[in-house]
Design a protein around this ligand. Structure first.
Ligand code: MF3
Ligand code: CO
Ligand code: CO
Length: 278
């Protein structure tokens, strides 16, 4: 598998397409990703006081769209493969790609909001969990461990390591808590393309997969279930839910490999990277 991995150095002005090669970005690319990532994080920060019982996910989507456009960006999901909303909002047993709608949030829900503003052509892709009102302890524990999974994965993101080191750290921590790691969706290269090579899977063995090199930019976005890993698609063609209807949580950051470790482009400027946000 690694024998097939190819890398290509790109500058900000190159014509960029999805061709299977792993792109290595220069300083201009990292600067562009930092700006887009910080806008994405600022949007997630601003949603905090709005994620309360009674609010509809459509109203939250309106906030995301307005903030993105006001900042001179465009929501990357809007019109993406026929998707018609400005973010994904996934409640309780929804694993990912929940479509904002007129249904109100209720006390006790756990909610993932995933935004990808595109700013100057760069995609800032990030998601966080939000707790609606009073949330059960076992749901809060899932959210906490899922955040730990993301950060333990990021801790493996440095030159010389391999993608499998990230995957393994995530899987090990989740399974230690007897949670199921979703296999059907993964992180991805990101930059001037929304979903690019490589695929960043969240289960794996250390020392396997493509080698991490300075200039690589990708997301890590583990989806962790209280129950089995298996997912089912709803008829809308987007919404993925746990097959056993167990709760699911997810956090996502966009990161770039540096000479010594990595930059996290989507860190919250307000320190609101994980709940509780109070
Ligand atoms: N932001 C999601 C991700 O992390 C992708 C959403 S694509 C959509 O990759 F079309 F479902 F919105
Ligand atoms: Co992503
Ligand atoms: Co995302």
């Amino acid at each position: 598998m690694d024998g097939m991995t190819s890398y290509v150095t790109v500058t900000a002005d190159d014509v960029i397409e999805r061709d299977g090669a792993i792109k290595l970005y220069d300083a201009a690319g990292f600067a562009g990703m930092h700006k887009a990532g910080q806008l994405a994080a600022r949007i997630l920060d601003a949603l905090v006081p709005h994620v309360v019982p009674g609010v509809t996910t459509e109203a939250l989507d309106d906030i995301v769209r307005r903030m993105t456009l006001d900042a001179g960006g465009v929501p990357g999901t809007l019109g993406y493969r026929g998707y018609t909303k400005s973010c994904c909002i996934s409640i309780n047993h929804v694993v990912c790609h929940g479509i904002p709608q007129a249904k109100p949030l209720k006390d006790g829900d756990i909610v993932n909001i995933d935004v990808t503003p595109v700013l100057d052509g760069w995609h800032g892709d990030t998601s966080r969990m939000y707790l609606v009102g009073d949330v059960a302890l076992k749901a809060k524990r899932l959210v906490e461990v899922t955040y730990e999974c993301l950060m333990l994965g990021i801790a493996q993101a440095r030159p010389g390591n391999r993608l499998g080191d990230i995957s393994h750290a995530i899987q090990t921590h989740a399974e230690k808590h007897r949670y199921g790691v979703v296999r059907d969706f993964c992180g991805h290269g990101v930059g001037r393309v929304f979903h690019d090579a490589p695929e960043v899977v969240h289960i794996g063995k250390p020392g396997t997969g493509p080698e991490l090199k300075p200039g690589m930019i990708f997301t890590i976005e583990p989806m962790i279930n209280i129950g089995r890993p298996d997912v089912k698609m709803l008829d809308d063609g987007w919404t993925a839910v746990t097959r056993d209807r167990s709760l699911s949580a997810q956090f996502e950051h966009s990161i770039g490999i540096t000479e010594t470790g990595c930059d996290i482009f989507t860190t919250s400027p307000a320190g609101l990277d994980k709940p509780p946000y109070a």
